[in-house]
Design a protein around this ligand. Structure first.
Ligand code: CP3
Length: 344
């Protein structure tokens, strides 16, 4: 009973028996069990086969004992559904035909979630059934600015020069693209909740690269529109901006129920900026899972002390788990959080 509820309770700022914990990218390459399923197909094939996507979504629930599952998919899946060719290779995701002009922006469509991403919704339904109420399932989407930067750069980037050039030369075009992306993500997230997701997370992985005025113009308003638009869906809404520490006041105004923090942001300080009404999620350095158990224990204790027993803390890493992480360290992390954070 406790395990089934503590994640949602913490998201709502309620007192819990022990802090809930899950790990961003918890279904992934560090798990041999994932590798085995992944060997059957390529990454997109795995995302698009609901039975297999459900299978790997469930793995960390059983293996690590986490308090929430997150549906196995990728933030770029609905971008493919908007009409862009998407490939995954050894270097990660790529769009071979990035959007760089008006014609490309106008060609983007706002897809119907069931028509174009029905496999994700089916994976959610299968996962929820298999979970049988053990823990809630989290749905997710990319934040509009982060998705836009992938679409304009064509992949990961160090300086985001194409995206920023477009922002500084054709802001009208950038806003037009962001509008379409926002509407797509909103429909996609609502469909995920209808299929059984009990919380949603919006990932703004590249938002932290923006100057404050650009974050205010190109990232925050669109994230806020998604979060506002999900309010009546009745599920906790988490907003995670990687390297967003210095934008915290702006992030707060986006109105999420839970603010995700990366490891560079002091948790206690973030709570004092955010106040009582927003819960926080995070924020152990993913590299802490590579060290000794003694160090890990000290780090977990430090993280819980930083929160000082306040309700509304979902424990997580400060970014995705790294592929070289020993699975037993991830399991030890989950156990330590439950043990050291238990209320007498
Ligand atoms: O958290 C989970 O377990 C759910 C699954 C999930 C994946 N991607 C699976 C994945 C989630 C929530 C994502 C989100 C995602 N995807 C983000 C936002 C979070 C973040 O990390 O900042 C981003 C930026 C992407 C785009 C993406 N997908 C990149 C840059 C890469 C390559 C780098 C990498 O870590 O491999 C991917 C591939 C990817 N997405 C893998 C997985 C398990 C590895 C693919 C494989 O199995 O070969």
């Amino acid at each position: 009973m406790a395990r089934a509820e503590r994640f949602l309770q913490a998201c709502r700022g309620e007192q819990v028996d022990a802090p809930p914990v899950w790990l961003m990218r918890q279904a992934g390459r560090y798990l041999p069990e994932y590798q085995k399923v992944r060997a059957r197909t390529d990454f997109l094939g795995l995302c698009k086969t609901p039975e297999w996507a459900a299978e790997v979504t469930l793995q960390p629930v059983d293996i690590l004992g986490v308090d929430a599952a997150i549906i196995f998919s990728d933030i770029l899946i609905p971008v493919e559904a908007m009409g862009m060719k998407l490939v995954f290779d050894d270097h990660g995701p790529g769009f071979p035909d990035p959007i760089r002009d008006e014609k490309a922006v106008d060609a983007l469509t706002i897809p119907d979630p069931q028509d174009r991403t029905g496999f994700v919704l089916e994976a959610i339904r299968l996962t929820v059934k298999a979970l049988g109420g053990r823990v809630p399932l989290i749905g997710f989407a990319g934040a509009p600015y982060t998705l836009l930067s992938y679409m304009v750069e064509g992949g990961s980037s160090r300086n985001f020069e194409n995206t920023k050039r477009m922002m500084y030369t054709r802001p009208d075009l950038v806003h037009r693209a962001l509008e379409k992306i926002t509407e797509t993500q909103l429909r996609y997230l609502r469909a995920q909740v209808a299929a059984g997701a009990r919380a949603i997370q919006v990932f703004d992985s590249w938002g932290g690269h923006l100057a404050p005025d650009d974050f205010r113009e190109f990232a925050a308003p669109y994230a806020r529109r998604i979060l506002d638009g999900m309010k009546d869906a009745g599920v906790p809404r988490i907003y995670f901006v990687l390297d967003g520490g210095t934008q915290l006041p702006e992030i707060q105004r986006c109105g999420a129920d839970v603010v995700g923090l990366d490891w560079r942001t002091p948790l206690g300080w973030a709570r004092s900026v955010l106040g009582e009404r927003q819960a926080v999620q995070g924020n152990l350095d993913p590299c802490a899972l590579l060290g000794s158990q003694d160090t890990l224990r000290r780090k977990v204790k430090g993280l819980l002390d930083d929160n000082a027993g306040r309700p509304g803390h979902v424990v997580n890493l400060g970014h995705g788990i790294l592929p070289m992480t020993p699975p037993e360290h991830a399991r030890a992390f989950v156990e330590m959080v439950h043990e050291l954070g238990a209320r007498p």
